[in-house]
Ligand binder design. Sequence first.
Ligand SMILES: Cc1cc2nc3c(=O)[nH]c(=O)nc-3n(C[C@H](O)[C@H](O)[C@H](O)COP(=O)(O)OP(=O)(O)OC[C@H]3O[C@@H](n4cnc5c(N)ncnc54)[C@H](O)[C@@H]3O)c2cc1C
Length: 381
Amino acid sequence: MSGIVIIGTGLAGYTLARELRKLDKDTPLTLVTADDGAFYSKPMLSNAFASNKDPEALISQGAEAMAGQLDARILTRRRVASMDTTARQVRLEDGETLAYDRLVLAVGAEPIRLSYEGDGAEAVLSVNSREDYARFREAIEGVDRVAVIGPGLIGCEFANDLRGSGREVDVIGPDTAPLGRLVPEAVGRALQKGLEAVGIRFHLETVVERIDRAGSGLRLTLSNGETVEAGTILSAVGLRPDTRLAGDAGLEVNRGIVVDRTLATSAEDVYALGDCAEVSGLVLPYVMPIMHGARALAKTLAGEATEVSYPAMPVVVKTPAHPVVVNPPSPGADGEWQIDSVGEGVRALFRNGDQLGGFVLTGAEAVKEKQALARHVPAVL
Ligand SMILES: Cc1cc2nc3c(=O)[nH]c(=O)nc-3n(C[C@H](O)[C@H](O)[C@H](O)COP(=O)(O)OP(=O)(O)OC[C@H]3O[C@@H](n4cnc5c(N)ncnc54)[C@H](O)[C@@H]3O)c2cc1C
């Protein structure tokens, strides 16, 4: 018996392995990962300065300890180059093959990289893993001015965190307000005000055109003619599900790897979970969908085919200068936003008649209503 192979040791791969071991202690289990296999909480990457954690301190357990705990074989620093769903095997970059009875793709997402003119363009960093974070920490050593490209959720979190470390922070993006597509504009403005109050500068409705080396630092030239000086540049312009392995192997991919509610891909006995997956049309790159997905998929792998259900899953934006909770309405849902001030923040309710379809809360006072409101929002799936 070849057993179960999981590609990826992020939150998706490891949470699934844990849930599976609660139900099935015997099936051989192999996890393979391109990184060092350390278990860490990725959401902490964008508030690690505030909590004064260096990259090592973010690790809760190393790969060896995880292998012991999960009674699994964990292959680290081994990248899967291709998969063959007919022969039921994956091929690693070094040529070794791993046979599987069931395969789970938990390969995550890739940061979107924009290209810029200028001789400083290659200095742009993005942070989507602990190892990226280590590189970023090194790059900002001794730097007192950081430019963040992308005023979305992750860009705002990093901006708040970096500002908390005493650095000057400029945030740049084409949107009219932070959190662009995720929330109504008035909500984004409330967050912007909160972040500006702690000294973060926003350059909105403009994009970076050039990045040039200037002295020991970098100069960003924006499409509105402004220039921004920075020692280091962090790009946070979004993530794209990693569909390369699945696409190359002929599996159905769309925005993510297409799976049904049992998280099954278009290939027999191949499943996908986490940031790489598009579940019933939804790409939700957050922790809670992984938790619900891992529990359902563990049951399926243990022999009881189980569909995933998603309750309302509010996302907490980690911007302590102005806290935000987002529970977006389902895509295409009918309704209208109704926005009120609460303290220094806002309460935005997406309503269709009496039905609450989603909400966004900002500011210390408004976010207290999260639990109460979440109970009234319909399940996502
Ligand atoms: C800065 C930041 C802050 C965040 N904050 C929050 C938050 O507050 N709340 C929230 O809900 N969500 C948050 N998220 C999102 C959340 O962290 C992700 O949804 C989650 O961590 C994704 O887990 P994953 O296992 O799907 O992917 P990843 O963690 O990306 O894991 C992918 C794994 O696949 C491996 N891999 C990929 N390709 C291959 C290959 N070819 N061969 C072998 N191995 C491969 C990688 O090595 C890695 O082990 C945040 C994300 C970021 C970047």
